[in-house]
Ligand binder design. Structure first.
Ligand code: PEP
Ligand code: MN
Length: 349
Protein backbone atom coordinates (compact mmCIF):
# COMPACT_ATOMS: atom_id res chain seq x y z
CA UNK A 1 0.00 0.00 0.00
CA UNK A 2 2.27 2.76 1.28
CA UNK A 3 5.40 1.92 -0.66
CA UNK A 4 5.77 5.58 -1.63
CA UNK A 5 7.71 7.83 0.67
CA UNK A 6 6.53 11.27 1.78
CA UNK A 7 9.09 13.48 3.47
CA UNK A 8 6.94 16.28 4.74
CA UNK A 9 7.24 19.22 7.10
CA UNK A 10 8.44 22.78 7.29
CA UNK A 11 11.45 24.13 5.45
CA UNK A 12 12.89 24.93 8.86
CA UNK A 13 12.12 24.36 12.52
CA UNK A 14 11.48 27.85 13.88
CA UNK A 15 10.06 27.43 17.37
CA UNK A 16 8.70 24.79 19.70
CA UNK A 17 5.19 26.18 19.14
CA UNK A 18 5.51 26.01 15.33
CA UNK A 19 6.67 22.37 15.49
CA UNK A 20 3.86 21.43 17.90
CA UNK A 21 1.27 23.04 15.63
CA UNK A 22 2.87 21.26 12.65
CA UNK A 23 2.68 17.89 14.40
CA UNK A 24 -0.99 18.36 15.32
CA UNK A 25 -2.11 19.21 11.82
CA UNK A 26 0.12 16.65 10.09
CA UNK A 27 -1.12 13.90 12.39
CA UNK A 28 -4.68 14.50 11.26
CA UNK A 29 -3.84 14.92 7.55
CA UNK A 30 -1.64 11.81 7.48
CA UNK A 31 -4.19 9.70 9.37
CA UNK A 32 -6.36 10.00 6.25
CA UNK A 33 -3.59 9.09 3.84
CA UNK A 34 -2.67 5.46 3.38
CA UNK A 35 -0.72 5.71 0.16
CA UNK A 36 2.51 7.20 1.52
CA UNK A 37 4.92 6.25 4.33
CA UNK A 38 5.64 9.58 6.06
CA UNK A 39 8.87 11.01 7.44
CA UNK A 40 8.75 14.38 9.23
CA UNK A 41 11.28 16.88 7.93
CA UNK A 42 12.53 20.17 9.36
CA UNK A 43 15.78 21.94 8.53
CA UNK A 44 17.85 22.96 11.56
CA UNK A 45 20.98 24.10 9.77
CA UNK A 46 19.91 26.00 6.66
CA UNK A 47 22.34 26.43 3.75
CA UNK A 48 20.99 29.84 2.71
CA UNK A 49 22.55 31.75 -0.14
CA UNK A 50 22.50 35.08 1.70
CA UNK A 51 24.18 35.37 5.13
CA UNK A 52 21.73 38.04 6.28
CA UNK A 53 18.76 35.63 6.12
CA UNK A 54 17.58 33.05 8.70
CA UNK A 55 20.32 30.40 8.95
CA UNK A 56 18.34 27.84 10.96
CA UNK A 57 17.80 27.39 14.66
CA UNK A 58 20.58 24.83 15.02
CA UNK A 59 20.82 22.11 17.68
CA UNK A 60 18.29 23.94 19.83
CA UNK A 61 15.55 22.63 17.54
CA UNK A 62 16.50 18.94 17.84
CA UNK A 63 14.07 18.17 20.72
CA UNK A 64 11.25 20.06 18.91
CA UNK A 65 11.77 17.91 15.82
CA UNK A 66 12.00 14.58 17.65
CA UNK A 67 8.95 15.43 19.80
CA UNK A 68 6.94 16.43 16.72
CA UNK A 69 7.89 13.20 14.90
CA UNK A 70 6.90 11.15 17.95
CA UNK A 71 3.55 12.96 18.04
CA UNK A 72 2.95 12.26 14.33
CA UNK A 73 4.17 8.67 14.78
CA UNK A 74 6.85 8.69 12.09
CA UNK A 75 10.64 9.09 11.83
CA UNK A 76 12.29 12.53 11.92
CA UNK A 77 14.64 13.78 9.20
CA UNK A 78 16.93 16.76 8.98
CA UNK A 79 19.62 18.16 6.72
CA UNK A 80 23.24 17.67 7.73
CA UNK A 81 26.10 19.48 6.06
CA UNK A 82 28.89 19.09 8.61
CA UNK A 83 30.03 16.22 10.86
CA UNK A 84 28.90 18.22 13.95
CA UNK A 85 25.34 18.40 12.55
CA UNK A 86 25.32 14.68 11.96
CA UNK A 87 26.69 13.80 15.40
CA UNK A 88 24.30 16.16 17.21
CA UNK A 89 21.25 14.89 15.30
CA UNK A 90 22.31 11.25 15.71
CA UNK A 91 22.80 11.76 19.47
CA UNK A 92 19.28 13.25 19.63
CA UNK A 93 17.94 9.99 18.16
CA UNK A 94 17.45 11.12 14.55
CA UNK A 95 18.26 8.43 11.99
CA UNK A 96 17.14 10.00 8.70
CA UNK A 97 19.46 12.58 7.17
CA UNK A 98 19.36 14.41 3.90
CA UNK A 99 22.32 15.91 2.11
CA UNK A 100 21.34 19.21 0.48
CA UNK A 101 22.04 20.16 -3.11
CA UNK A 102 24.86 22.53 -2.21
CA UNK A 103 26.55 19.86 -0.09
CA UNK A 104 26.21 17.11 -2.72
CA UNK A 105 28.05 19.50 -5.04
CA UNK A 106 31.16 19.23 -2.84
CA UNK A 107 32.83 15.79 -2.73
CA UNK A 108 35.11 16.79 0.20
CA UNK A 109 32.09 17.61 2.35
CA UNK A 110 30.23 14.47 1.36
CA UNK A 111 33.33 12.48 2.28
CA UNK A 112 33.52 14.19 5.68
CA UNK A 113 29.91 13.21 6.37
CA UNK A 114 30.49 9.68 5.12
CA UNK A 115 33.55 9.25 7.33
CA UNK A 116 31.95 10.67 10.51
CA UNK A 117 31.96 7.82 13.06
CA UNK A 118 28.40 6.58 13.62
CA UNK A 119 27.84 3.64 16.00
CA UNK A 120 24.85 2.01 14.32
CA UNK A 121 25.10 2.57 10.57
CA UNK A 122 22.39 0.04 9.63
CA UNK A 123 19.85 2.15 11.55
CA UNK A 124 20.55 5.21 9.39
CA UNK A 125 18.86 6.23 6.13
CA UNK A 126 20.55 8.78 3.86
CA UNK A 127 18.68 10.89 1.31
CA UNK A 128 21.01 12.40 -1.25
CA UNK A 129 19.73 15.40 -3.15
CA UNK A 130 20.97 16.10 -6.66
CA UNK A 131 23.74 18.72 -6.88
CA UNK A 132 22.84 22.26 -7.94
CA UNK A 133 24.01 21.68 -11.51
CA UNK A 134 22.85 18.80 -13.73
CA UNK A 135 25.99 16.72 -13.27
CA UNK A 136 24.88 13.12 -12.96
CA UNK A 137 28.35 11.88 -12.01
CA UNK A 138 28.55 14.31 -9.11
CA UNK A 139 25.19 13.06 -7.82
CA UNK A 140 26.14 9.39 -8.26
CA UNK A 141 29.56 10.11 -6.75
CA UNK A 142 27.89 11.29 -3.54
CA UNK A 143 25.83 8.09 -3.45
CA UNK A 144 28.98 6.02 -3.89
CA UNK A 145 30.84 7.89 -1.13
CA UNK A 146 28.02 7.23 1.37
CA UNK A 147 27.67 3.63 0.23
CA UNK A 148 31.40 2.92 0.46
CA UNK A 149 31.34 4.19 4.05
CA UNK A 150 29.16 1.19 4.92
CA UNK A 151 25.62 2.60 4.81
CA UNK A 152 22.94 0.32 3.38
CA UNK A 153 19.84 2.49 3.35
CA UNK A 154 20.20 5.14 0.68
CA UNK A 155 17.53 7.10 -1.19
CA UNK A 156 17.96 9.96 -3.64
CA UNK A 157 16.07 13.20 -4.00
CA UNK A 158 15.50 14.99 -7.29
CA UNK A 159 15.14 18.69 -6.40
CA UNK A 160 15.82 20.33 -9.72
CA UNK A 161 18.74 22.42 -10.94
CA UNK A 162 19.80 26.05 -10.79
CA UNK A 163 20.28 26.92 -14.47
CA UNK A 164 20.04 30.69 -14.07
CA UNK A 165 19.26 32.42 -17.33
CA UNK A 166 19.95 29.21 -19.30
CA UNK A 167 16.46 27.94 -18.70
CA UNK A 168 12.95 28.69 -19.80
CA UNK A 169 11.49 26.74 -16.87
CA UNK A 170 8.74 28.55 -14.99
CA UNK A 171 9.92 26.93 -11.76
CA UNK A 172 12.50 28.00 -9.19
CA UNK A 173 14.67 25.05 -10.17
CA UNK A 174 14.55 23.49 -13.64
CA UNK A 175 13.42 19.86 -13.18
CA UNK A 176 15.63 18.44 -16.00
CA UNK A 177 13.74 15.15 -15.75
CA UNK A 178 16.37 13.47 -17.93
CA UNK A 179 18.72 13.58 -14.91
CA UNK A 180 16.17 11.76 -12.75
CA UNK A 181 15.58 9.23 -15.52
CA UNK A 182 19.32 8.64 -15.87
CA UNK A 183 19.69 8.26 -12.09
CA UNK A 184 16.92 5.62 -12.08
CA UNK A 185 18.59 3.83 -14.99
CA UNK A 186 21.91 3.69 -13.14
CA UNK A 187 20.43 2.79 -9.75
CA UNK A 188 17.15 0.91 -10.26
CA UNK A 189 17.29 -0.37 -6.66
CA UNK A 190 17.70 3.05 -5.01
CA UNK A 191 14.38 4.78 -4.28
CA UNK A 192 14.26 8.17 -5.99
CA UNK A 193 11.80 10.79 -4.81
CA UNK A 194 11.01 14.29 -6.07
CA UNK A 195 11.24 17.42 -3.94
CA UNK A 196 8.30 19.15 -5.57
CA UNK A 197 8.59 22.21 -3.30
CA UNK A 198 12.17 23.15 -4.16
CA UNK A 199 11.54 22.53 -7.86
CA UNK A 200 8.30 24.54 -7.89
CA UNK A 201 9.41 27.48 -5.77
CA UNK A 202 5.80 28.64 -5.47
CA UNK A 203 3.01 26.91 -3.56
CA UNK A 204 0.69 27.17 -6.59
CA UNK A 205 3.04 24.97 -8.68
CA UNK A 206 3.79 22.27 -6.10
CA UNK A 207 0.78 20.06 -6.94
CA UNK A 208 1.53 19.91 -10.67
CA UNK A 209 5.19 18.98 -10.09
CA UNK A 210 4.20 16.37 -7.49
CA UNK A 211 1.68 14.86 -9.88
CA UNK A 212 4.21 14.73 -12.72
CA UNK A 213 6.67 12.98 -10.40
CA UNK A 214 4.19 10.33 -9.31
CA UNK A 215 2.97 9.73 -12.86
CA UNK A 216 6.61 9.42 -13.91
CA UNK A 217 6.96 6.53 -11.43
CA UNK A 218 9.05 8.27 -8.81
CA UNK A 219 9.12 6.54 -5.43
CA UNK A 220 7.71 9.43 -3.44
CA UNK A 221 7.89 13.11 -2.65
CA UNK A 222 9.42 15.72 -0.43
CA UNK A 223 6.90 18.48 0.29
CA UNK A 224 7.35 21.55 2.47
CA UNK A 225 4.41 22.35 4.72
CA UNK A 226 4.11 25.06 7.34
CA UNK A 227 1.28 25.71 9.81
CA UNK A 228 1.24 29.34 8.59
CA UNK A 229 3.37 29.68 5.42
CA UNK A 230 3.07 33.46 5.23
CA UNK A 231 5.04 33.83 8.45
CA UNK A 232 7.72 31.25 7.56
CA UNK A 233 11.30 32.39 8.11
CA UNK A 234 12.51 30.64 4.94
CA UNK A 235 10.87 29.56 1.67
CA UNK A 236 7.58 31.22 2.65
CA UNK A 237 6.33 31.28 -0.95
CA UNK A 238 6.58 27.56 -1.60
CA UNK A 239 5.30 25.97 1.60
CA UNK A 240 1.82 24.48 1.57
CA UNK A 241 -0.71 24.83 4.34
CA UNK A 242 -1.82 21.54 5.94
CA UNK A 243 -5.16 21.90 4.11
CA UNK A 244 -3.37 22.26 0.74
CA UNK A 245 -1.31 19.17 1.57
CA UNK A 246 -4.49 17.26 2.28
CA UNK A 247 -5.98 18.25 -1.10
CA UNK A 248 -2.77 17.23 -2.83
CA UNK A 249 -2.64 13.83 -1.15
CA UNK A 250 -6.25 13.14 -2.12
CA UNK A 251 -5.41 14.07 -5.72
CA UNK A 252 -2.31 11.86 -5.76
CA UNK A 253 -4.06 8.87 -4.21
CA UNK A 254 -6.05 8.41 -7.42
CA UNK A 255 -2.92 7.96 -9.55
CA UNK A 256 -1.94 4.34 -9.98
CA UNK A 257 1.53 3.92 -11.38
CA UNK A 258 2.60 0.37 -10.69
CA UNK A 259 5.22 -0.59 -13.28
CA UNK A 260 2.86 -2.22 -15.71
CA UNK A 261 3.37 -5.38 -17.66
CA UNK A 262 0.33 -4.34 -19.64
CA UNK A 263 0.34 -6.31 -22.90
CA UNK A 264 -2.87 -4.86 -24.31
CA UNK A 265 -3.14 -4.75 -28.09
CA UNK A 266 -3.57 -0.97 -27.94
CA UNK A 267 -0.32 -0.40 -26.04
CA UNK A 268 1.57 -2.89 -28.20
CA UNK A 269 0.39 -1.12 -31.35
CA UNK A 270 1.40 2.28 -29.98
CA UNK A 271 4.84 0.96 -29.00
CA UNK A 272 5.21 -0.45 -32.49
CA UNK A 273 4.49 3.02 -33.87
CA UNK A 274 7.11 4.51 -31.55
CA UNK A 275 9.70 2.00 -32.78
CA UNK A 276 8.86 2.77 -36.41
CA UNK A 277 9.00 6.52 -35.79
CA UNK A 278 12.39 6.12 -34.11
CA UNK A 279 13.64 4.23 -37.17
CA UNK A 280 12.54 7.12 -39.41
CA UNK A 281 14.00 9.70 -37.03
CA UNK A 282 17.39 8.00 -37.02
CA UNK A 283 17.36 7.60 -40.78
CA UNK A 284 16.73 11.36 -41.05
CA UNK A 285 19.53 12.11 -38.60
CA UNK A 286 21.92 10.05 -40.75
CA UNK A 287 20.73 11.95 -43.82
CA UNK A 288 21.29 15.27 -42.03
CA UNK A 289 24.82 14.27 -41.02
CA UNK A 290 25.60 13.23 -44.57
CA UNK A 291 24.50 16.67 -45.83
CA UNK A 292 26.67 18.23 -43.13
CA UNK A 293 29.64 16.23 -44.44
CA UNK A 294 29.00 17.59 -47.96
CA UNK A 295 28.80 21.15 -46.56
CA UNK A 296 32.11 20.43 -44.78
CA UNK A 297 33.69 19.48 -48.13
CA UNK A 298 32.37 22.69 -49.69
CA UNK A 299 33.68 24.87 -46.84
CA UNK A 300 37.10 23.21 -47.02
CA UNK A 301 37.30 23.82 -50.78
CA UNK A 302 36.36 27.48 -50.32
CA UNK A 303 38.48 28.00 -47.16
CA UNK A 304 35.48 28.81 -45.01
CA UNK A 305 35.33 28.31 -41.23
CA UNK A 306 33.26 25.32 -40.16
CA UNK A 307 31.50 27.17 -37.35
CA UNK A 308 29.15 29.87 -38.67
CA UNK A 309 27.65 31.18 -35.43
CA UNK A 310 25.14 33.57 -37.00
CA UNK A 311 23.71 30.79 -39.15
CA UNK A 312 23.42 28.45 -36.16
CA UNK A 313 21.80 31.16 -34.06
CA UNK A 314 19.23 31.72 -36.79
CA UNK A 315 18.48 27.96 -37.04
CA UNK A 316 18.22 27.66 -33.28
CA UNK A 317 15.91 30.63 -32.81
CA UNK A 318 13.64 29.37 -35.57
CA UNK A 319 13.52 25.87 -34.07
CA UNK A 320 12.83 27.13 -30.54
CA UNK A 321 10.02 29.30 -31.84
CA UNK A 322 8.63 26.34 -33.76
CA UNK A 323 8.90 24.15 -30.66
CA UNK A 324 6.92 26.64 -28.62
CA UNK A 325 4.14 26.68 -31.22
CA UNK A 326 4.02 22.88 -31.17
CA UNK A 327 3.86 22.51 -27.40
CA UNK A 328 7.49 21.43 -26.99
CA UNK A 329 9.63 23.09 -24.32
CA UNK A 330 11.98 25.50 -26.16
CA UNK A 331 14.70 24.52 -23.67
CA UNK A 332 14.35 20.87 -24.69
CA UNK A 333 14.41 21.86 -28.36
CA UNK A 334 17.61 23.80 -27.72
CA UNK A 335 19.28 20.83 -26.04
CA UNK A 336 18.37 18.55 -28.95
CA UNK A 337 19.54 21.10 -31.52
CA UNK A 338 22.81 21.66 -29.66
CA UNK A 339 23.63 17.95 -29.81
CA UNK A 340 22.66 17.65 -33.48
CA UNK A 341 24.63 20.76 -34.37
CA UNK A 342 27.69 19.60 -32.44
CA UNK A 343 27.63 16.30 -34.33
CA UNK A 344 27.27 18.15 -37.66
CA UNK A 345 30.24 20.39 -36.82
CA UNK A 346 32.33 17.33 -35.95
CA UNK A 347 31.29 15.68 -39.21
CA UNK A 348 32.34 18.80 -41.16
CA UNK A 349 35.71 18.78 -39.42
C1 PEP B 1 15.80 21.95 1.98
O1 PEP B 1 15.34 20.84 1.69
O2 PEP B 1 15.38 22.65 2.89
C2 PEP B 1 16.89 22.50 1.13
C3 PEP B 1 17.63 23.52 1.52
O3 PEP B 1 16.96 21.92 -0.03
P1 PEP B 1 17.98 22.03 -1.27
O4 PEP B 1 19.28 21.47 -0.80
O5 PEP B 1 17.28 21.15 -2.27
O6 PEP B 1 18.04 23.45 -1.69
MN1 MN C 1 13.25 25.01 1.88
Amino acid sequence: MNDRLLIVGPCAAESAAQMEAMARSLASVLAECQSFAPVLRAGLWKPRSQPSTFQGIGAQGLPWLTAAAAAVGCPAATEVAQPEHLLAAYDAGIRHFWIGARTTSNPFTVDMLAQTPIADKPSVTWYIKNPTSPDINLWCGAVERIRKAGYEHICAIHRGFALGEHTTSIYRNAPVWSQAIEFKRRYPAIPLITDASHIAGKAEHVAEVAEQAIRMGMNGLMIEVHPDPQTALSDAGQQLTPAQLQDLLIRLATIDTAEQTDQSAELTALRQQIDETDDELWALLCKRLDIARQIGDYKRKHSMAVLQSARYDELLQRRMQWAKQHGIEPEAAKQIMDIIHEQSVLKQL
